[in-house]
Design a protein around this ligand. Sequence first.
Ligand code: ATP
Length: 223
Amino acid sequence: MIRFEQVGKRYPNGHIGLHELSFQVRRGEFLFVTGHSGAGKSTLLRLLLAMERPTSGKLLLAGQDLSRITNAQIPFLRRQIGVVFQNHQLLFDRTVFDNVALPLQILGLNKREIGQRVMTALERVSLKDKALQYPADLSTGQQQRVGIARAVVHRPALLLADEPTGNLDPRLAAEIMGVFEDINRLGTTVLIASHDLALIARMRHRMLTLQRGRLIGDGEASR
Ligand SMILES: Nc1ncnc2c1ncn2[C@@H]1O[C@H](COP(=O)(O)OP(=O)(O)OP(=O)(O)O)[C@@H](O)[C@H]1O
């Protein structure tokens, strides 16, 4: 599903975000990317979203070469990807339903299809009964779950998350990770950037460790 072949990213100011990174991710895998602040986690996610281009090497996502992708191809790439942010970026003047519906409205789906898919996505995160409420009426954990529902409503093959539990207490963080695992069980490849090593170690998934832009570890997180 994902293949990094000696991918390097040098920013225009000369700073090197990633050094010749090589690894592969199979379809349906669940993995973490960890490392200290500045290690290159966000750079890696931005490359996968084609928000940045590699400056060397080859990066393949679902058979598409992201080192050569044209701007016109980017919307098609993004349809295969869902993204969850640390601060879920919900619209507070819209209901939960409308927040989750947004990506489908952009894709131009009809109302009936949107209704069905939004309710399926809300069911996946156990928030079907909150559809008509507003984000401000929900707890922090529930708001993050709405963010996850919005990220998977268009049924992406790959779900990316950047510090999705950064603002949550340990109990809620574990609950949100459980939601990601549920989504993964249904077939979506999940890649989560996080520096919460204690939480990652409890989950026993594959973990890539970055240090100053280099891959220094690839294996199951140990307790
Ligand atoms: N647009 C940019 N221009 C120049 N340097 C950048 C740019 N974006 C990131 N960097 C540098 O590249 C390195 C990797 O940054 P990145 O944001 O990927 O780290 P990170 O692991 O996600 O850190 P954090 O956890 O703090 O978000 C850092 O040294 C950073 O300063």
